[in-house]
Design a protein around this ligand. Structure first.
Ligand SMILES: Cc1ncc(COP(=O)(O)O)c(C=O)c1O
Length: 486
């Protein structure tokens, strides 16, 4: 049923805005974990056995949606959510995201959506400047860092094969010259997935040993490159998903430069997966020691990052950046006379660099987040994540049964929950994580690091305060004591 009455529509928007305001203001104190699991939500949904024949009013539909969904909503954008690497939501970015849906622009059509095109370009130019990358760098907004890694590696594949006389866009990969991808042992899994999706296969990966924090050993990389006769992509990482550690990017870039001198300009491509870590570069004015962690990243050929983690733009805001737009454009080329808008092209269409055709107009929310914060706000935000991570780790010092395993250099804290004698470490960690989530003060997620089950805390939310970090440490200690006493 379509609502034709505009006052009914207006009531709907007011209802949603009121609900959203109530939800957002509850985030500081509501239990972080959802009240129910997905099967409980699913069983409620099954009560409506099949799609009813008759529709309903939009307002009734949305009220029903909220009633059914709300118990299964995790307060991911709340201040004490520290699972995975999940950012919160800046008010201006959320509002812009609502407007994005309201305007419903297809950002794949360039001049057909002039504002979407211009805002995406403008926001990307701000990102390039904030991350202190070469001015000519161009990019595109994709769904997330996974897609950004995929897009950048597609550009790398085409560029390297072209340099040895193989046009992968025309000829595909059957019979193509071999291509290698050198990664650290602790690269993010999305690199492997991108390599698989690009038809290179996991066997194309050469894994280089890492140090105790998960940083690729630059001397081992240098030796690998000396032996490497094939075209090669070197994938470095800014921000290890467990420890937050950064590969020594300056040394990686040096090895890449030497390889290029030895084997020619098209022999090697350096990519940086900086999903969250690349933003350390934006902290230069407030915390130069954080920016220094990422020194050398500017020498890469491509960068994958996103704005939905560190920058707190709502989800669906990956960023793929390339030193030369041409390689990305060639990899993503698509055609169709029907795609023209009929208007002359006036600006660059970053949709042409994207693996998608129809695309959400992601530039509005990204632009709004940056405009709300300004340069100093971004710098302060990044520095605050690191301060919160440090103060959380510090608050755990001396706690019985808990040990921080990583050097807390950025926003990630890896905690070992030490089991009592005779208790299986994996089972104990799971028990502690579940009890912590049930307790409700905060939310962290399990992982495995250097063969040990651990609990990860990621500080990635603009609304998190020092007091939140203290409460999180206190909750973890309380839970450990409670579980140990059971
Ligand atoms: C280093 C790194 N790369 C890639 C990703 C994937 O990001 P997304 O979930 O935005 O696709 C992550 C996610 O945490 C990450 O930490």
């Amino acid at each position: 049923m379509v609502d034709s009455d505009s006052s009914e529509e207006a009531a709907l928007w007011r209802w949603v805005a009121d609900y959203a305001a109530r939800y957002r203001s509850s985030l500081g104190e509501r239990p972080v974990a959802s009240q129910v699991d997905s099967e409980t939500v699913a069983s409620k949904l099954r009560e409506l056995e099949s799609l009813p024949n008759e529709g309903t009013s939009a307002l009734a539909c949305v009220e029903e949606l909220v009633a059914l969904a709300e118990p299964g909503i995790t307060a991911m954008s709340g201040p004490r959510f520290a699972g995975w690497v999940v950012g919160g939501t800046l008010p201006a970015a959320l509002a812009a995201d609502w407007l994005t849906a309201t305007w419903d622009q297809n950002a794949g059509v360039g001049e057909g959506a002039p504002a979407a095109t211009a805002f995406e370009n403008a926001a990307l130019a701000w990102v390039v400047a904030l991350l202190r990358l070469p001015k000519a760098v161009k990019g595109t907004l994709v769904t997330g860092a996974m897609s950004a890694n995929f897009s950048c590696l597609a550009a790398a594949r085409g560029h390297l094969l072209e340099a040895v006389g193989w046009d992968v866009q025309q000829r595909g990969l059957f019979g193509a010259p071999a291509l290698r991808v050198i990664v650290g042992h602790e690269r993010h899994e999305t690199i492997d997935k991108a390599v698989r999706l690009l038809g290179l296969g996991k066997q194309a990966l050469t894994c280089v040993e890492v140090d105790g924090q998960g940083r690729l050993r630059a001397s081992v990389l240098a030796r690998e490159l000396e032996r490497c006769a094939e075209p090669v992509v070197v994938c470095a990482q800014a921000g290890n998903v467990n420890s937050g550690a950064f590969d020594g990017l300056e040394e990686v870039a040096e090895s890449v430069s030497r390889h290029r001198e030895r084997r020619g300009p098209g022999s090697v491509w350096m990519h940086v997966d900086g999903a969250f870590g690349l933003w350390a570069r934006a902290a230069e004015s407030r915390a130069p020691e954080l920016a220094a962690l990422c020194r050398g990243a500017e020498r890469a050929d491509s960068w994958a990052t996103d704005a939905h983690k560190v920058l707190n733009v709502p989800y669906d805001c990956g960023i793929a950046l390339c030193r030369e737009a041409r390689s990305l454009r060639r990899a993503m080329e698509t055609g169709g006379a029907y795609l023209e808008s009929g208007q002359p092209r006036t600006t660059f269409n970053s949709g042409l660099l994207s693996p998608e055709l129809s695309r959400r107009a992601r530039g509005f929310a990204l632009w709004a987040a940056l405009r709300q914060l300004g340069q100093s706000g971004v710098s302060e935000l990044v520095a605050r994540y690191a301060e919160n991570a440090r103060s959380f780790a510090h608050a755990l010092t001396g706690s019985v049964g808990l040990r921080v395993l990583n050097d807390v250099c950025f926003n990630q804290v890896v905690v070992l929950a030490e089991p009592q004698a005779g208790v299986d470490p994996a089972a104990w960690t799971t028990r502690v994580v579940q009890a912590l989530q049930t307790e409700g003060t905060c939310y962290a997620t399990p992982s495995s690091w250097h063969g040990r089950p651990v609990i990860r805390f990621s500080f990635c939310n603009a609304s998190t305060t020092r007091e939140d970090a203290r409460r999180m440490a206190e909750a973890l200690r309380r839970v450990i004591e409670g579980e140990a006493a059971r």
